[in-house]
Design a protein around this ligand. Sequence first.
Ligand code: AMP
Length: 192
Amino acid sequence: MLNIVIFGPPGCGKGTQSARLTKKYNLVHLSTGDVIRKEIKSGSDFGLQLSSIVEKGELVPYELIIKILESALAQNRSSSGFIFDGFPRTIDQAIDLDKILAKDNQAISMVVSLCIHDEKVVERLLNRAKIEGRKDDTEDVIKNRLRVYKEQTCPLIDFYRKQGKYVEVDGDCGIDDIFCQISKIVDSKEVA
Ligand code: AMP
C-alpha cells in the first residue's frame, strides 16, 4: 500500500494536490477537514459542536478526530492506499496513526510537505474566502490557524524526518509543476 501524508500550512494546496494524486495512484483521499465540514453542514448536534471550534481556527479534540480516522480506514480496507490530508496535525495523532496502520501491517510511506511563505498563505486563503466562503478563512482566524500550525503541527517535521520519510516540495509554483515534483518523488520511492 502507498500511504502518503500531504503536509503543509493551511492554503498550501494540499487539497488540490491530493485530488490529483488520488486519481493517478488510485488512492483514497482522507481529508479530516472535509469530513468535519460535511458534518457541520448536516446540521447535527455533533456538527454544531465542531463548528464552534473550527470557526476559531482551533484543533478539534483528539478523541473525535481519531473516530473519524478509524471509521474512514475501516470503510476502505480494500484500497491500494491513502492520502492523509490535514491529518496528522499533532505528534499524538501521528503516533496513533502509526499504531492503527501497524495493526494492518501498514505504515506511512512518505510525508510530502508543500512549502510556502506565511504572507502567501494569508493571500491565498483570503482569495479562497471570496470563492468558497469558508468561515475559517477570515484574516484573524487564518492568523490563528497559522499559529496553531506552527505550535502543534510543525513538530511533526522532525518526527517524520527522523524516520527518513519527510520530503519537501516548493509549494509556491504552478499546480502542474508541484504535481510533477510530487509524482517524481512518489515514483522513485515506489521503485526503491
Ligand atoms: P483543514 O480543512 O484541514 O484546514 O481543516 C479545517 C479545520 O478542521 C481545522 O482548522 C481544524 O479546526 C479542524 N481539523 C481538521 N483536521 C484536524 C485534525 N487532524 N485535528 C484537529 N482538528 C482538525
